[in-house]
Each structure stands twice: as structure tokens, then as C-alpha cells.
Design a protein around this ligand. Structure first.
Ligand code: GTP
Ligand code: 5AD
Ligand code: SF4
Ligand code: SF4
Length: 355
């Protein structure tokens, strides 16, 4: 492994300890976690992600011919897995809008070394697809659900879908065998904050895990302002006052959520406090868009195209070496430095970058 910075890591699935490479960036953060967008289109128009008003004029979406194919995605994930990435999250846009999504899951499931294959969805297509997703080998599902109040939901989703349909999606995923489903709620002050406690109460004791996410200044079309953010700590105080909580330790290094369990045993919640308590220090996430552009940070303005390395004659080793070189030069820590930077400095939209 010449040229690699290596750390010995015990392979928990094998009886013998195995030496695996860990590729470290300039801030000594290992490359661990891939978030792979498979499509930038969505059937929702969430105000914090893809507001309808920002889509006027020419279609901002990638032509379908530019989306990476199943075999390109598979080759890409193989390259990441060879560099120590065992965890892949499929995102969009709405990933279930890809007609071949089940094929993607089935193909990625076969990648040697991949231990955790998850997806983020708005949930409305789950009643149709949950059993096939389970069958194809998807490990975990995260569902976005910002409010149980139908008017508030409509305001957040751009009038698409209803909370009942999302709840049906969650039930279908549960019936198909997915457990500990994560329920992502982006909190937008003055829009859905008055309905957050109801959402928390609804899922308390359900076995699913609500995560309250601070509204992020990602992209340039969601009209983000600092005053729109409710600090996660406020939720911690309010929830703890009603249902006492205790902190849980990190389940893996660099995770996004601060986790708490209910003292009475009725489950856990997560707080994703990227604005008030940035977690760049241990960020091991890399992102690839649906057309194969590589980004080291959710807030990167400029990406690095990988497609030439996927479609040309270049071999797998060249692809891995390219990614490794990219990661070794990475210095991104946007959330820790946002106060020093200009607002909206040409960032990508979340629906392109992957949620
Ligand atoms: P798993 O660990 O795979 O269960 O998922 P996760 O904890 O990474 O959470 P998920 O993918 O559901 O991410 C939840 C939300 O956290 C995202 O939708 C973003 O709003 C935010 N988020 C995720 N990753 C990052 C990141 O690297 N940086 C920042 N600033 N926010 C992130
Ligand atoms: N702030 C926080 N999270 C966002 N997401 C999209 N846009 C934003 C934003 N501005 C995340 C949500 C959703 C996922 C698809 O993307 O967590 O669940
Ligand atoms: Fe679609 Fe998810 Fe973005 Fe909403 S947050 S518009 S569901 S990709
Ligand atoms: Fe990672 Fe960038 Fe998010 Fe910081 S802001 S945690 S570096 S993706």
C-alpha cells in the first residue's frame, strides 16, 4: 500500500484481525462514509431544499442520460470500498424516482466490504417499494417528515404529499422488516417549530428515531437566515423537561447526531446541530452527485468530475488512486468557519449534493 497512510483496523466480521488502509485527509480524518446521490429530481418541493420559486425557467435537473448507470455506480462504490468505506447512503433528490433503484441496491449489496447500505427518502413511494428494497438487501431507511400537521407539512413540502402518506410509507417500511427507522425533521423557526413536540411524542415508544435538524444554509435558493434556526439545545431542554433524557455515547466516530435515550426506556432521539455545534472535526463523509461529481463537503462550491474515470478505459486502481489523492488533500470544515465566509458563496443545492 505504498503512498497510503495506514492504520490497523480490526475487521469485526472476520475471525482474524485484518489490516485495512485508512485514508486520512489533511486534518487526519479518515474516509469512511459515502453519500451517493442517484438522481437530483424530486416529487416534493421542500422550502428548505428545492423551493418551487427557484425552479423557474430552464430545467435545473440533470438530463437522464448523464445519471451514472447501475454498473458505473457499482464500480464507484467498489473503488470507495477498497479505500475503507463500508457505509454508503443513497440520496437524491428522491432516490425512489429512479426506475432502476432496486437494481442499484441489489448491485451495491454485492460490493465486497460494504457493511451498511442505507437510503434517505420522503417516504411516499415506500408503500409500493419497501418489500422489494428489503429483498434487494437495503440495510436501513431514513424518512424525512417535518410535521404531522397537514397545513404545516404542505407549507414545508411545497404542497406535495401529506403527513398521512408519509406515515403510510413508514408503516410499510416497518412491515417489510426495516427497524429503527430514522425520521428526519428539519426545523424552520416560525414554520414548523410549534409542531415539533407533537412529532416527538408521536414516535416516542414506536421504535423509530426522530432527529431534529437545524435548518442549514446549504445551496442558494432556500432564503436561509440565521434567525430561522432553532438551536438543537432548546429542543434538548424542552424534551428533557417533559420526558427525561440521558446522553448516549457515539455509535461511531464522526456521526452527525447527538443521541439521547428516554430514561423510561421508550426509545431515543437525535439532534443534528450543524449550525450551533458543528461536527466537522471528525467528518469522514464524502459525496458524489448523480452525474459522478465528487465533493469533500456539503458546502463545497466546486466538485471534481469522476465520470471520465468511470466511462473511459481507465482501470479500477486508477479510480481508487484518484479518490485517495483527492481525500488526502481535503481540508474542508465549512460549518466551523461559516461565520468567516461570505453568505451563499456559490454552493451547490442539497438536492444535487445529496441530503
Ligand atoms: P447515518 O449515520 O447513516 O444513519 O445517517 P446520518 O446520521 O449521516 O444522517 P442523515 O444522513 O440522515 O443526515 C441527516 C441530516 O444531517 C442531513 O440531511 C443533513 O441535514 C445533515 N448532515 C448530514 N451529513 C452532514 C454533514 O456532513 N455536514 C453537515 N453540516 N450536515 C450534515
Ligand atoms: N437544512 C437541513 N437539512 C436539509 N435537508 C435538505 N435541505 C436541508 C436544509 N436546508 C435534508 C433533510 C432531508 C434530507 C433529504 O435533506 O434532512 O431529510
Ligand atoms: Fe425532495 Fe428531500 Fe429536497 Fe424535500 S428535502 S425537496 S423531499 S430531496
Ligand atoms: Fe463535513 Fe463539510 Fe458538514 Fe463540516 S460542513 S461536517 S466538513 S460536510
Amino acid at each position: 500500500m505504498k503512498g497510503l497512510e495506514t492504520h490497523p483496523v480490526l475487521n469485526r466480521n472476520s475471525e482474524m484481525p485484518l489490516l485495512r488502509p485508512e485514508v486520512l485527509d489533511r486534518l487526519q480524518r479518515p474516509l469512511k462514509d459515502l453519500r451517493l446521490s442517484v438522481i437530483d429530481r424530486c416529487n416534493f418541493r421542500c422550502s428548505y431544499c428545492m423551493p418551487e420559486s427557484s425552479l423557474k425557467g430552464d430545467s435545473p435537473f440533470l438530463p437522464r442520460a448523464q445519471l451514472l448507470t447501475v454498473s458505473e455506480l457499482s464500480r464507484l462504490v467498489r473503488a470507495f470500498a477498497s479505500l475503507g468505506v463500508h457505509k454508503v447512503r443513497l440520496t437524491g433528490g428522491e432516490p425512489l424516482l429512479r426506475q432502476d433503484f432496486i437494481d442499484i441496491v441489489a448491485a451495491l449489496r454485492e460490493v465486497p466490504g460494504l457493511k451498511d447500505l442505507s437510503m434517505t427518502t420522503n417516504g411516499v413511494l415506500l408503500p409500493k417499494l419497501a418489500p422489494a428494497l428489503k429483498q434487494a438487501g437495503l440495510s436501513r431507511i431514513t424518512v424525512s417528515l417535518d410535521s404531522l400537521d397537514k397545513d404545516v407539512f404542505a407549507r414545508m413540502s411545497g404542497g406535495r404529499g401529506t403527513p398521512d402518506r408519509v406515515l403510510e410509507g413508514i408503516s410499510a417500511a416497518s412491515a417489510a422488516g426495516f427497524t429503527r427507522i430514522k425520521i428526519n425533521c428539519v426545523v424552520h423557526k416560525g414554520v414548523n417549530d410549534h409542531t415539533v413536540m407533537d412529532l416527538v411524542e408521536h414516535f416516542r415508544g414506536s421504535g423509530h428515531i426522530v432527529r431534529l435538524i437545524e435548518f442549514l444554509d446549504v445551496g442558494s435558493s432556500n432564503q436561509w437566515r440565521r434567525e430561522h434556526v432553532v438551536a438543537g439545545n432548546e429542543w434538548l431542554q424542552r424534551i428533557h423537561a417533559r420526558w427525561p433524557l440521558e446522553p448516549l455515547s457515539e455509535s461511531q466516530a464522526g456521526e452527525t447526531a447527538e443521541r439521547y435515550k428516554y430514561r423510561d426506556g421508550l426509545g431515543e432521539i437525535g439532534l443534528i446541530n450543524s449550525i450551533t455545534r458543528p461536527f466537522c472535526g471528525a467528518c469522514c463523509r464524502v459525496r458524489v452527485t448523480a452525474n459522478g461529481t465528487l465533493y469533500g463537503c456539503l458546502f463545497s462550491a466546486k466538485g471534481t468530475p469522476l465520470q471520465p474515470l468511470l466511462t473511459g478505459n481507465s482501470d479500477d486502481a486508477a479510480l481508487s488512486a484518484f479518490i485517495q489523492d483527492f481525500w488526502r488533500r481535503r481540508t474542508d470544515r465549512y460549518s466551523e468557519t461559516r461565520h468567516l465566509l461570505p453568505v451563499n458563496a456559490g454552493r451547490q443545492e442539497m438536492y444535487r449534493m445529496g441530503g
